[in-house]
Design a protein around this ligand. Structure first.
Ligand code: UT7
Length: 353
């Protein structure tokens, strides 16, 4: 059976930045609280749709792998903030790329969607169903955020990343993973108003209310990611000493530190970028992985552990054995279009609505 090597990677971050001080102009909060409780300093606010962000990340991943759109057999789009539900978002990315040979599917497990997409595509390559895949973790949460609720509004940001996968006879790519869900506690993280359940004459679609029990989510995130990592290590016959780099989902720096203590991880081995982007949900772990590669933290043959957690409450932990290449084969001159508004101006416009 083939393995599924990761040969291309790319990220797309919206140019507009929203700082903690910006948030404090319209919420009862401040930089000191947000920094000390979450580790976040700023986040990005998108001026384009989630499909357009994903397209930029995919174009970069393809160039990095030295491939063209014709080479793509499958697109798996992981997100919980799709522009529309039918037609799906992966088909929009297919059209933007011109990847006419690709099958297209969307996958929603909230913040773990990018990682579950990696599992789905890896399994389909390893079993021979497809010969290549682009997987996406992308989120444009800002239009669905309740910007009057400081409990959640300070936590999230927009972004996207994509990976290109292709078959390889050598052991590489995702070697082992553990997936799970605490469905009995699914209500503690829910976006009320987003879905057909909320069809109600007294309510307009996308009249959003976040039901977000921060402290309970915190505890379950630590529990889920710890459980996932221990299970993955056990299945692969490895210990934490064998892991070269941990790239965790970035929802809260204190969650990451607690996870590190539970697993007895050397903090030098843990990649952090939460201060720049906040929690980008499905995009978070994949953007962090792409930046870890770009910063030289992932080396040929590195064993990389990626724990993630999200609504559902889904959890995951992937062990990746990195291949022999950590630089792209080529580059493409494409970026998210410039924004004519600052992050704060985009939010002020959303608040007016
Ligand atoms: O991707 C997976 C989903 N997300 C997560 O995993 C997030 C998990 N949860 C968390 O990260 C944390 O629980 C939060 C960052 C959401 C909250 O941190 P906390 O340390 O659990 O704070 P708290 O909810 O216990 O609130 C402490 C105080 C409260 O005031 P009182 O009752 O002590 O007077 C809150 O009202 O902080 C207040 N507070 C704020 N103050 C300033 C809550 N949000 C804010 C805010 N600015 N933005």
């Amino acid at each position: 059976m083939n393995y599924a090597n990761i040969t291309g990677w790319g990220k797309a971050l919206p140019p507009a930045v929203l700082t903690n001080d910006d948030l404090a102009t319209f919420l009862d909060t401040d930089d000191q609280w947000i920094t000390s409780r979450t580790g976040m300093k700023e986040r990005r606010i998108s001026n384009v749709s989630v499909s357009e962000l994903a397209y930029v990340a995919c174009a970069k991943a393809l160039a990095c792998a030295g491939k063209t759109a014709d080479d793509v057999d499958l697109i798996v789009f992981g997100s919980c903030t799709f522009d529309e539900l039918c037609p799906n978002a992966a088909s929009n990315v297919q059209r933007l790329l011109g990847a006419t040979n690709a099958a297209c599917m969307d996958l929603n497990t909230a913040c773990t969607s990018g990682m579950y997409s990696l599992t789905a595509a890896t399994a389909m390559i390893r079993s021979g169903v497809v010969n290549s895949a682009l997987i996406i973790g992308a989120e444009v949460i800002s239009p669905l955020m309740d910007w009057t609720n400081r409990d959640v509004a300070v936590l999230f940001g927009d972004g996207a990343a994509a990976l290109y996968l292709e078959p390889d006879e050598n052991e590489t790519g995702v070697i082992t993973e553990s997936l799970g869900c605490f469905g009995e506690s699914r209500e503690i993280l829910s976006i009320e108003g987003w879905g057909a359940k909320y069809r109600d004459p007294k309510r307009t679609l996308c009249d959003i209310n976040w039901d977000f029990h921060g402290q309970d989510i915190f505890k379950r995130a630590v529990e889920g990611m710890t459980k996932g990592c221990l299970s993955t290590l056990e299945k692969s016959g490895l210990t934490n000493e064998d892991i070269d780099l941990v790239v965790p989902h970035q929802a809260n720096l204190r969650i990451i530190k607690t996870l590190g203590k539970r697993l007895n991880l050397d903090s030098d081995k843990v990649f952090i970028n939460i201060h720049k982007y906040g929690n980008m949900s499905a995009a978070t772990a994949l953007v962090a992985l792409v930046e870890a590669i770009e910063e030289g933290r992932v080396k040929p043959g590195s064993k990389v552990l990626i724990p993630a957690f999200g609504g559902g409450l889904t959890w995951s932990s992937h062990l990746i054995l990195w291949g022999d290449r950590c630089t792209g084969l080529s580059e493409i001159d494409i970026e998210v279009p410039a924004s004519d508004k600052t992050g704060l101006e985009i939010i002020q416009q959303l608040l007016k609505h």
